[in-house]
Write a protein that binds this ligand. Sequence first.
Ligand code: NAD
Ligand code: UD1
Length: 334
Amino acid sequence: MVLITGIAGYIGSHTAYALSQAGFEFVGMDNFANSRKENIDTLRELTGKDFKFYEVDMLDDAGMEKIFAENQIDSVIHFAGLKAVGESVEKPVLYYHNNITGTLILLEKMKKYGCKKIVFSSSATVYGNPAVVPVNEDMPTSTTNPYGSTKLMIENILKDVCVADKDFCAVLLRYFNPIGAHKCKKIGENPNGIPNNLMPRLCQAALGITESLTVFGTDYPTHDGTGVRDYIHVCDLADGHTAALKKAMDSTGALTYNLGTGNGYSVFDLIHTFSRVNGVEIPYKICPRRPGDVPAVYACPDKAFNELGWKAQYDLEDMCRDSWEFIKEATKNN
Ligand code: NAD
Ligand code: UD1
């Protein structure tokens, strides 16, 4: 039985669906700090499975104990965590406590119940401002904000656990920039409040919720001056977790993989592709660079292909189409 922490979130919900398609049995937990209760019903409907779900905060020791006591959990996919970079700068203690203490409590329960396999949601943010692109897993790591530091610290904690217990396996997945949504249009990214990331902001401009999209900088050393990132379809990312879980089942030690496409697209590439594919104009204005942003980051995805047999299938047009189809559906009654 797989435990999915943070199952109600954007990537957790897509991964739960992918796992269910691949025939895995799972239980889920979430405290809905950044997601909606309805997502669980939607997921039960989509998968056709009445899987067990626990509304528990991972900081709640007794709540976590109950999950492990009531289920034979042999592996964990660990999504639960707070992820807003800006908020992490304003509230570092909240971020360190939630993400780090929460993971430590989870690891204590895993130890107590003999569960030795974990797949962890890390981030390309651990590469900081890379000296060269594409980035591979052996490149130096550094962070620029508390959110990123929690990811790097958890990677290191999991590596130490693997040293202490030779049967333990931790697969550290460094996601690049997930966008898109499942074709059913029922699960996707619809953040509460003002989003930070490019695609949700672009969708808000397309819907007329905001007047225009702000392009942060056109003076980067990139092909058109705007920031370059490796956008990856969330369904590809979800499939990467199925492959990672299979790998964890018959491996030991800490294994690190980039989950990206290997393609770098600029902010203008995204705006133009979105407009063309969806037939909508994106009003935008050019502003100075956003502090902390780096010029270009994209993955070398070879290790994940060679060792997990996983490769992204969707292209930028698919991602733009699926993001738009989902957000139109999610906001149609507003
Ligand atoms: P999300 O916010 O949609 O999902 C995270 C889920 O964890 C939410 O449902 C939230 O309610 C839950 N959660 C948070 N703290 C919790 C706690 N103490 N107890 C129980 N549940 C808790 O985010 P996502 O985009 O699905 O990201 C999933 C994971 O991947 C996160 O750890 C995130 O840091 C990481 N990640 C995300 C991105 C991205 O761009 N989306 C990129 C790299 C890494
Ligand atoms: C950010 C986080 C990273 C996280 C990732 C995905 C930082 C330093 N990194 O990365 O930890 O894993 O999100 O959640 O914050 N842009 C605009 N206008 C906007 C928004 C963004 O031009 O309104 C540009 C940015 O300058 C950047 C690109 O779009 O070049 C992508 O930005 P974003 O979606 O926020 O992701 P990252 O900055 O890559």
